[in-house]
Write a protein that binds this ligand. Structure first.
Ligand code: SF4
Length: 905
């Protein structure tokens, strides 16, 4: 039995974990009590990490290099040396014939800093292209641009401790309760300790976070700049600005005043669709402070992303709310290491250590550090442009690492056209069956959490070690090492005879070289090394040589990272979203996260437990819109934008405003696997912020119409052996394309089964049903059967040890919900055997659907909670105590607490 300290690979909170392992397998995980990001707590995703590493799920992993003779052919095993030599030959030939910009790299905010560093150097130093961008472009690039435009450097000035010191928490475009759960536990704790602490939430939806706010500003999507300018207008009118701070430490206030002059609170409130009095209250609470702003994708994923970030920072500068405990702008990083990627300059417009490509002095410094003649000045292609260039044929080869653009990029039609047209797609991945894998000519197996060594940086600039508890599975290798080996092969072809630029003996040497590049920069970490982090634990930057500790807060001296040391107000006018709603596309579509899933679900999608909170894809619609369109929860709708369409069931929800719709970002074509589906990003918009180049994933104009697919189908069940779960899931996915609509998810909690819900205009071919039956073991002789060929209704039920093991319903699936509940609960069905075959039968008398699971730790469902709440009396705190005493909900990781509180309220 061993224990290894590491870091959670999911969100930017950056929680420390202790991995428990024995005999070559990870057996458990718990929060690291010594880690300052979480002090031992973990959310639903973090506390199930060890389950994602279970040997039974090994089939989900890519453990051997694979290569396809041509697209559509099976990918066959190939030796590392052969495949890397082959790819190096093809990259070198392409670069010689078409120039360095004919190739590109698309990497990930989930890579470790060291992985990122080597990829960036491979592109910019060796190949001489700046065509390296990352999925962080979809996540944090507006925050980067906002910081640089106002404070002079991409450096979040605040830290997690500031939550405890703040008098006002201003959350904008952030559902932290779901997206950053452990940070939200801190907010809950601070509010419990400080009853007078104010909490304002700016969000078009009444999220779990908004439900806890003292003031929820449910603005129209994309109107944040109008709101912030309106608040500043009020502060000016009320003389609540800090004139001394503005005079001594800033520039540009007069220009900003001219911009906000016309944005009166009344006009701003009208644009935002909120009450003027609420806007004024928000401005007053903000000015009283100390105010800590926490913000995320609602500001970033916007065509005005930079302007939104800068307008919020304007408020902090005007009110003097920066540089002291409890105050300042604080962007919450989406991905675990988007920050590390920014530190090494792993974006198409950046260079190492927060240097800029468009700065000749910076280019010269980096060329000297890397030992090359020069760095190209032209910026590379950012994410959206990169896939457009692939589709246009100007970029011919792409190397994708640790990300899944065929799921996550907006406007999937163009992205998939680009991948299809590319002459060579190399995919470096830990998981075998992401959507992008279908487009890859070469698949290179990479190590993942529990197997990797390196570092990551979280939202508060804290660098933590990531450590391996296990050896790499099969032939998988560390990302940095794959990039290094490829780089050395390419060097031999592009610059033979010259010394290598990639002479790293181990990952610590990569970190050491990265640290040297930061000398004298705002993020100077020359005092850090892997050894130092191993000895002293996670540290915040800057941490220059000779320092004994990092810096908790920046700009305490009010000297900013600009040439004159003064912060700059950004005088940017409000502009609305790129795609206006109109009579043809009347709905505003927003996208975002679920509580228990992570991005494209390549890891979280292997655990049935993590589907319990949101079991199936659905689009949230406001009740008034549903009534107007004659829609009920569960009805299928076709959502269509100017780019594509997706079919999903409706979930009626009070969270959104009338005229709006909300789709979780996670459902790609692996889950929404029906005919021609490309997942939810079929409809999202690729219009991007002109400065940050971040696409407006938070808003698309769509139309929504009921889709009548009369032939219904559902099949669900457990594999005969747990190790067959992934094979069953992938087998079902492979057949799902025969249906007009299909979703393939996991079901059944700890045991793990697969659930296919499908529908079609007419019954699918019998052989498809036969193949699905065979996958679920419903072709065995002892399976209970019912067939009515005249009405195309059939039912198959497999019972093992008196419990449901698999069910298939076709034509009539009215009994699907309760049969699925029975399958999951494992209850004895001996007495119900006859009833199992009655078509259209309702649930047995007294049956109560358990609904989705709200508390994953203790398996508490929505209906359990409603009953317990109904049985309790008193003020909300007393009801919560009574409910918790009965059900224990929220006493584990606490991730369900915001929702439980919301239900009680
Ligand atoms: Fe991981 Fe949850 Fe912590 Fe984020 S909040 S780092 S997902 S444990």
């Amino acid at each position: 039995m061993g224990e290894t300290r590491s870091t959670c690979p999911y969100c930017g909170v950056g929680c420390g974990v202790i991995i428990e392992h024995a005999e070559g397998a990870i057996t458990g995980v718990r929060g690291d009590p010594a880690h300052p990001a979480n002090f031992g707590q973990l959310c639903t995703k973090g506390r199930t990490l060890h389950l994602t590493a279970a040997p039974a799920l090994a089939a989900a992993r890519l453990t051997q290099p694979l290569q396809r003779a041509s697209r559509g052919e099976p990918a066959l095993p190939v030796a590392w040396n052969t495949v890397l030599d082959g790819v190096a030959d093809r990259f070198a030939a392409c670069i010689r014939e078409h120039g360095p910009d004919s190739v590109a790299f698309y990497v990930s905010g989930q890579l470790l800093t060291e992985d990122y560093y080597v990829f960036n150097k491979l592109a910019k130093a060796l190949i001489g292209t700046n065509n390296i961008d990352t999925n962080s472009r979809l996540c944090m690039s507006s925050a980067v641009a906002g910081y640089k435009q106002t404070l002079g450097a991409d450096a979040p000035p605040a830290c997690y401790d500031d939550i405890d010191h703040a008098g006002c928490l201003f959350l904008a475009g952030s559902n932290a309760a779901w997206a950053h759960p452990i940070l939200f536990r801190r907010i809950e704790a601070a509010r419990a300790r400080k009853p007078h602490q104010k909490m304002i939430v700016v969000d078009p939806r009444r999220t779990a976070t908004a439900a806890m706010a003292d003031l929820h500003l449910a603005i129209e999507p994309g109107t944040d700049v109008a709101l912030f300018h309106g608040m500043l207008h009020h502060l000016l009118w009320d003389d609540s600005i800090d004139r001394t701070f503005i005079r001594d430490h800033t520039t540009g206030f007069e220009a900003l005043k001219a911009v906000v002059r016309e944005m009166t609170p009344r006009i701003a409130a009208e644009i935002c669709g909120i009450a003027e009095a609420d806007l004024v209250t928000a401005a007053q609470w903000f000015a009283q402070g100390p105010t800590l702003s926490l913000y995320c994708q609602g500001l970033n994923q916007s065509t005005a992303g930079t302007a939104k970030n800068a307008a919020l920072i304007n408020l902090h500068l005007a009110a003097g709310q920066i540089g002291a405990p409890g105050m300042g702008p604080f962007s919450l990083t989406g991905q675990p290491n988007a920050m590390g990627g920014r530190e090494v300059g792993g974006l198409a417009n950046l260079l190492p250590a927060h240097r800029d490509l468009d700065n000749p002095a910076h280019r010269a410094e980096v060329a000297a550090l890397w030992g090359i003649d020069s760095v190209r000045a032209e910026p590379g292609l950012t994410a959206v442009d990169l896939f457009d260039a692939l589709a246009a044929g100007t970029v011919k080869m792409v190397w994708i690492a640790c990300t899944n653009p065929a799921q996550s990029m907006p406007d999937q039609a163009t992205v998939r056209a680009g991948l299809a047209r590319a002459e060579l797609v190399v995919l470096q991945e830990a998981y075998a069956t992401t959507e992008t894998a279908d487009f890859a000519d070469v698949l290179l197996p990479a190590t993942t959490w529990g197997e990797k060594e390196g570092t990551v940086t979280n939202s508060e600039r804290r660098i933590s070690r990531v450590r391996a508890a296990l050896p790499a599975p099969g032939a998988a290798r560390a990302d940095w090492a794959i990039a290094k080996d490829f780089a050395q092969r390419l060097e031999a072809r592009l610059r033979p005879g010259l010394p290598t630029l990639f002479g790293y003996a181990n990952v610590a040497e990569v970190f050491a070289e990265h640290a040297v590049t930061t000398r004298g920069r705002d993020l100077d970490i020359t005092g850090l090394s892997h050894g130092k982090l191993d000895t002293d634990g996670p540290q915040q930057w800057p941490y220059p040589a000779g320092a004994t500790t990092g810096k908790a807060r920046l700009y305490a001296d009010h000297v900013f990272a600009t040439s004159d040391g003064r912060a700059r107000f950004a005088a940017t006018k409000f502009v609305p979203v790129a795609e206006r709603v109109d009579a043809r596309y009347p709905f505003r579509l927003n996208t975002g996260r679920l509580r228990d899933q992570w991005h494209g679900m390549s890891r979280t999608g292997t655990l049935a437990t993590l589907f319990a909170h949101a079991p199936e894809p659905a689009v949230e619609l406001n009740g008034a819109d549903a009534v107007r369109r004659g829609l009920l929860s569960g009805d299928l709708v076709r959502i269509e934008s100017r780019r594509g369409a997706v079919v999903v069931p409706v979930a009626i929800s009070p969270m959104g405003r009338p005229g709006s719709a909300y789709l979780p970002m996670h459902w790609g074509s692996a889950t929404l696997a029906g005919r021609d589906s490309t997942g939810i990003n079929a409809v999202t918009a690729k219009a991007f912020c002109p400065i940050s180049k971040q696409p407006e994933l938070k808003h698309a104009a769509v139309r929504i119409a009921k889709l009548d697919l009369p032939w219904k189908f559902a099949a669900f069940g457990f594999p005969e052996d747990a190790v067959r779960l992934i094979a069953l899931r992938d087998g079902v996915r492979a057949l799902a394309g025969h249906f007009d609509y299909a979703s393939v998810v996991l079901v059944g909690g700890d045991r793990g089964g697969v659930f296919l819900r499908a529908a079609a205009a007419t019954p699918v071919a019998p052989e498809v049903v036969t193949q699905l039956d065979a996958l679920f073991g419903l072709d065995a002789a002892d399976v209970v059967r019912y067939d009515d060929p005249r009405r195309a209704i059939a039912r198959r039920v497999r019972i093992v040890d008196a419990r449901l093991a698999a069910v298939r319903l076709s034509g009539d699936i009215a009994a699907e919900a309760w049969l699925r509940d029975w399958l999951t609960s494992g209850q004895d069905v001996t007495a119900m055997r006859a009833q199992l075959l009655v078509p259209s039968v309702g649930a047995p008398k007294g049956y109560r659907t358990r609904g989705r699971t709200v508390c994953s730790c203790h398996g508490v469902t929505e209906s359990d909670l409603r009953m317990a709440i109904a049985d309790s009396a008193g003020p909300p705190a007393a009801v919560l105590a009574a409910v918790q005493a009965r059900l224990k909900c929220g006493t584990g990781c606490g991730s369900c607490l915001p929702e439980v509180r919301s239900m009680i309220n």
